[in-house]
Ligand binder design. Structure first.
Ligand code: SF4
Length: 528
């Protein structure tokens, strides 16, 4: 659904800011691929692009791929920017570049919705989700594109139903340069983990698209060249279990129709392990990965952060159950919790060994605005506003000790022999429980084979010949080759190489201990 009754024509430049290097930016993996340069196309801006009046001209620039040029700014009559807290510096930088061309700049998305005061330079703030604020902004720009004398704030009170969301404008994105496609079925989460801003920003009663919308989005992604892996960016895929069960048969049908060329991934709470009826259908729909916010194996810590849903099932048992349906678990882990003790790191390292989870995002606790954690730490006088630190939390343990613990975890968890042992388990156990499908013509196409060959060449040369952990690589690679498991080899090494190299940079102090920390990040604006 688009805003109606707009007659003037406008040229709008949508700019997505560059991410600064972090665990989740995967830059060590990209040189091993056939030209991938960024993680996922940004959903929010591409939905806005589709929502703007049909006769408005739109240009979309993702600065993770290239910087917005002088020509882009000269072409535009207005600029829209969106992003997360971690992109704050880059968003403000885009605003200054646009102002150099005397353009009005609007900002929307999660960061400004939580913290409007982070963005004093912008002309228009769009606070909240797609809705009446979006219509008001469009009407304002339709009437006048000049910069307003002072900042104007539009706040959504009446949200557009997700079932009325337009298809994201994937046709504007350079889809082949992204590692994953992204898709959103629901928004919001019924739980209230202390550190999380999702319930505060998007509500506790998940809002939904229809299964037909999701299938239309998948079709459009295919048309636009995204076929490999699609990630459901929903905060919790089983936030509404009935909705997940409604969607899955549609995904299964879609996969059958297209020969299972696309792999699916999502985020969900660990209690999904208690839902075999959902897991079985996810297996049939070719879900291969679930990101689970395990956070910590310590039950006292889970209780303290109000993450009781992780205690509905034993954590190791839950991971093993998910694996038994052919899905790898990716886990979020937090260090620096109030409940951390001197033995926490050893307990965590044991958990990593026992769970055989290869990929864990290990972060220092960071308090996000609009969370119960933020409110509590503010009351306790424990929020520290200092960009030179890796966290804004005054930990109960000494800061240096917590950062050293994080480095030790990264160093040991991503020691190549340990990481490849965990990947070996995934290849030998988890992957073997996936649905067996005969190779479709698309899988056997020359295009697909050529892609695989390019990645193999890059992996063998850049990791096997030039890499710093050749012995562990060859031990793993030869085992996979003997099994004829090329997919397991490529998938594990692409991700594993990033983890190993990132961890080495982190332990030598060249990376931050939190995906939310902005320390060391000034040099990252804009894309080179
Ligand atoms: S389950 Fe996940 S999305 Fe939901 S509140 Fe907890 S951390 Fe946030």
């Amino acid at each position: 659904m688009r805003v109606e009754g707009i007659e003037t024509s406008r040229r709008v430049l949508l700019v997505f800011p560059r991410y600064t290097s972090s665990f989740g930016t995967w830059e060590y993996a990209y040189p091993l691929t056939d030209g991938i340069k960024a993680f996922m196309p940004p959903q929010g801006l591409l939905v806005i692009a589709s929502y703007l009046p049909e006769h408005w001209q739109v240009r979309f620039v993702d600065e993770n791929l290239r910087a917005a040029s002088e020509d882009d700014f000269e072409w535009a009559e207005a600029v829209f920017v969106s992003g997360m807290h971690i992109q704050r510096q880059q968003m403000n930088d885009i605003c200054h570049r646009a102002h150099a061309h005397d353009l009005a700049v609007a900002i929307g998305g999660p960061s400004v919705s939580a913290c409007p005061d982070y963005y004093p330079s912008f002309d228009y703030l769009h606070v909240g989700e797609l809705g009446d604020a979006t219509d008001a902004l469009i009407k304002r720009l339709s009437a006048d594109t000049a910069r307003p004398p002072e900042q104007v704030v539009f706040t959504t009170k009446d949200r557009v139903a997700m079932s009325d969301f337009p298809l994201p404008a994937y046709e504007l994105a350079e889809t082949k340069k992204y590692l994953l496609g992204s898709l959103q079925y629901s928004s919001g989460c019924p739980y209230q983990c202390e550190f999380c801003d999702i319930p505060g920003l998007y509500g506790r009663n998940p809002r939904l698209k229809t299964p037909e919308q999701i299938i239309a989005e998948l079709d459009k992604m295919r048309e636009c060249g995204i076929a490999d892996t699609v990630y459901f960016v929903d905060d919790n895929f089983i936030g509404n279990r009935k909705a997940a069960l409604d969607l899955l048969p549609h995904l299964i049908e879609w996969q059958k129709k297209h020969g299972y060329i696309t792999k699916l991934a999502c985020e969900a709470t660990l209690n999904i392990a208690k839902r075999p009826e959902i897991l079985e259908k996810m297996r049939e729909a070719a879900f291969v990965t679930i990101f689970v916010g395990i956070e910590t194996p310590d039950p006292d810590a889970l209780k303290a952060m109000h993450k009781d849903q992780n205690m509905m099932v034993g954590i190791l048992e839950g991971v093993q159950t998910i694996n038994s349906y052919g899905m790898e678990v990716v886990s979020g882990i937090i260090l620096g919790l109030d409940t951390d003790k001197p033995g926490t790191v050893n307990a965590l390292l044991n958990f990593i060994d026992d769970s055989k989870i290869p990929l864990l995002t290990i972060n220092l606790l960071q308090a996000l605005p609009k969370t119960p954690l933020w409110d509590r730490l503010e009351r306790e006088g424990r929020l520290i506003h200092d960009d030179g630190r890796d966290s804004n939390v005054m930990f109960k343990m000494p800061y240096d000790e917590v950062v050293s613990a994080w480095k030790r975890c990264m160093e040991i968890a991503y020691e190549p022999s340990k990481l490849f042992a965990r990947y070996l388990h995934q290849c030998e156990y988890t992957h073997k429980r996936r649905l067996k499908v005969p190779p479709s013509p698309e899988m056997k196409s020359w295009k697909n084979i050529r892609r695989g060959l390019i990645m193999m060449r890059n992996i063998f040369w850049k990791v096997g010949v030039l890499g710093p952990y050749r012995r562990e690589f060859w031990k793993f690679a030869l085992g996979r080759l003997r099994q004829g498991d090329i997919e397991g080899l490529i998938g594990s090494v692409l991700v594993g190489h990033h983890l190993i190299m990132f961890a080495r940079a982190a332990t030598s102090g060249r990376q931050n201990a939190s995906n939310y920390s902005i320390r060391l990040r000034e040099a990252q604006v804009p894309a080179e």
